[in-house]
Design a protein around this ligand. Structure first.
Ligand code: M6R
Length: 358
């Protein structure tokens, strides 16, 4: 049940540090990742990985791609299930398919799974529901162990998907003898993630204030970032739009000047996510360009990249895992905006928890 919480969404946001720890406890032993041997063997034989997902799970897949490529050294693509069912690109000799799905019931993904099986390609479903259709029908399944997610807006399943992909990528990279995987201390990093999430969750009232300042009456909003900060921009914008009905767009910061900056007016809210040292300076200057045109900018920056005037500081972590932290303010800004506007946060209009039609 909801306990003392008014809405499941806030309860589920608060559960995320515990979910990180549960994943480490479930999938590692003495610092080493434990995966079923048959799964590891099938993954290790792949010439490419294809991650297929929808909505929030797709955004988790975008983060996963960077983890699989950098830790396991296997070319990885991420596909929207609703598109991939109809438009498949060329594949190399031994593709391996990963279906990311909280519910395990998404019809668009099932349609792809049927095609993949008909072609004899191996597949893994990563899901929160071990008894789901996609868990049963893929060759392998791994559970997110996030506990039931009731709110329509997905929160803890997202961070669980990112963390479990990190664990799988680490286990696979070590099996393949990749030095980058050996050097990546996944247990330590997920411990940092849990602690950092808690530190951000503890700043709820501050985030409520920021949500009020920025989004109380606005009809539109932008999140911008580059790399993983871009992927979080997409996910944070989805959180805001699906429960508060603010037209929110996540944008690759460098693309703003190629058209979208025309939408910036006096007081247009822009949230700049700045965690990646490789791109921090560029994203900051993109945000400053927006500010110069009247935008109200909220700077959310990693401690190591922050300026004294930035409004919210993200604890430092391996940049590949920063989404585990930056999504917390994204979730809370969406939650409080919806709450303050008096909406039913858990049951936004027009949406169902799992989308079982194509
Ligand atoms: O159960 P799935 O992960 O397959 O669901 C995918 C999307 O329908 C889901 O993430 C949806 O976008 C959520 N409402 C996002 O909060």
């Amino acid at each position: 049940g909801k306990g003392t919480y008014e809405y499941y969404m806030l309860k589920e946001i608060d559960e995320q540090p515990a979910v990180m720890r549960r994943l480490v406890a479930t999938y590692t032993k003495d610092g080493a990742v434990q995966l079923p041997a048959a799964l590891l063997k099938a993954l290790a034989g792949a010439s490419q990985l294809v991650i297929v997902a929808a909505g929030t799970s797709y955004h988790a897949g975008l983060v996963g791609r960077g983890l699989f490529e950098s830790l396991a050294g296997i070319p990885t693509s991420v596909e929207l299930a609703s598109e991939y069912g109809y438009h498949q690109g060329l594949l190399t000799a031994k593709p391996f398919f990963i279906f990311l799905t909280q519910s395990g019931e998404t019809a668009d993904i099932r349609q792809v799974l049927v095609q993949v099986k008909a072609k004899g390609y191996p597949s893994l479903t990563i899901t929160n529901v071990g008894s789901s259709t996609l868990a049963r029908e893929a060759d392998y399944a791994l559970e997110l162990h996030a506990g039931p997610e009731i709110a329509v807006a997905s929160t803890k399943a997202y961070t669980a998907q990112v963390a479990l992909q990190a664990l799988v990528a680490k286990g696979l990279g070590v099996a393949l003898g990749q030095p980058a995987a050996t050097a990546f201390d996944v247990v330590h990093q997920l411990g940092l993630a849990a602690a950092g999430q808690q530190a951000l969750i503890d700043q709820k009232s501050r985030l409520h204030e920021l949500a009020r300042d920025l989004f109380a009456t606005t009809r539109n909003a932008f999140y911008i970032g580059r790399g993983t900060d871009y992927y979080i921009s997409l996910e944070a914008a989805l959180k805001l739009k699906e429960i508060s009905y603010v037209q929110a767009e996540g944008f690759a910061a460098g693309e703003l000047k190629h058209g979208t900056i025309a939408l910036i007016e006096q007081d247009t809210p822009v949230v700049a996510i700045i965690t990646d040292p490789a791109t921090a300076a560029h994203t900051r200057s993109n945000a400053e360009e927006a500010a110069a045109r009247g935008a109200k900018v909220l700077f959310i920056a990693a401690r190591s990249e922050a300026e004294p005037s930035d409004q919210l500081i993200i604890p430092d972590i391996d940049p590949r895992l920063s989404p585990l932290l930056t999504i917390i303010p994204g979730q809370l800004l969406g939650y409080y905006t919806s709450y303050d506007r008096g909406y039913d946060v858990d049951k936004p209009r027009n949406l169902a928890k799992s989308v079982t039609v194509e």
